[in-house]
Ligand binder design. Sequence first.
Ligand SMILES: Nc1ncnc2c1ncn2[C@@H]1O[C@H](COP(=O)(O)OP(=O)(O)OP(=O)(O)O)[C@@H](O)[C@H]1O
Ligand SMILES: [Mg+2]
Length: 278
Amino acid sequence: MPDAITVEGVAKSFGAVTALIDISLRLGQGECLGLIGDNGAGKSTLIKILSGFHRPDRGRILVYGEEASMRSVDDARSLGIDTVYQDLALVPTLSVAHNMFLNREVTRGIGPFRWLDNREMRRRARSYIEAIGIRTLRSVSSEVAMLSGGQRQAIAIARSVHTGAKILLLDEPLAAMGAMEGEMILDLIRDLKAEGHSMIVVAHNYVHVLEICDRVNLLQHGRITLDRLSSETSAEELTELVAREYRRLRDTTSSAGSVAGEENGPETPHAAEERPGL
Ligand SMILES: Nc1ncnc2c1ncn2[C@@H]1O[C@H](COP(=O)(O)OP(=O)(O)OP(=O)(O)O)[C@@H](O)[C@H]1O
Ligand SMILES: [Mg+2]
């Protein structure tokens, strides 16, 4: 059985900023992969490449074993990949129901005589929201601008789930959540996995990641520096790995007398290895 996604040697820069240097990773079918790493490590950039939003400068992406050259988010969607972005793609001035069906509006009528079926969109939106367990939302006719960050996040997830996508990329789905809503999203991710979805979940909370993901990859300085089964690592080990990297960077910086990353960008730690005397 081919992997849902295989990434080989992907690189991405934004002008002078190198976000990803050389990324290779795999997401098995039905697997939940946790992607962790510090702020600015490149997690969202990688997610945006896999969702067709950015194009990599280098490297290959295979979807179910076939090379995919995704030029747009629609290309990725047609391959069954849907994404919940960290910076949410909801339109604040539209209602919850209209956001749910953005670019996939339900219409009635035939040929040129078509109109939006608002009642049907509201009905389906209500059932989707109930199905994922959001209880704090008063009406699907509310403008998204009136909702809290957590409610918006939950709606974005509900929307992705109902696109029929088998591969879901969730970029910090828990970030804006209160404790109760966070648990709700964790349950939802477990359900999606049980239904056979393949998922990449970006999160900062290692305990949550290890709880819901089968495997975890650590992204540091534009590379994957750790690929471990969740059952073979712990939140303590992951915290220690990241802290150790921070200390190494801090010590290199203070002894080199310059700001880490200015000269060597994300490669600073490797550059430090080549200067053992420092
Ligand atoms: N569109 C862009 N234009 C220029 N630079 C960008 C762009 N997107 C990301 N970057 C840069 O690329 C690097 C990686 O950013 P990215 O958003 O992928 O990090 P992240 O791992 O998702 O961080 P966080 O945990 O804070 O969300 C950062 O240095 C960021 O400033
Ligand atoms: Mg991010």
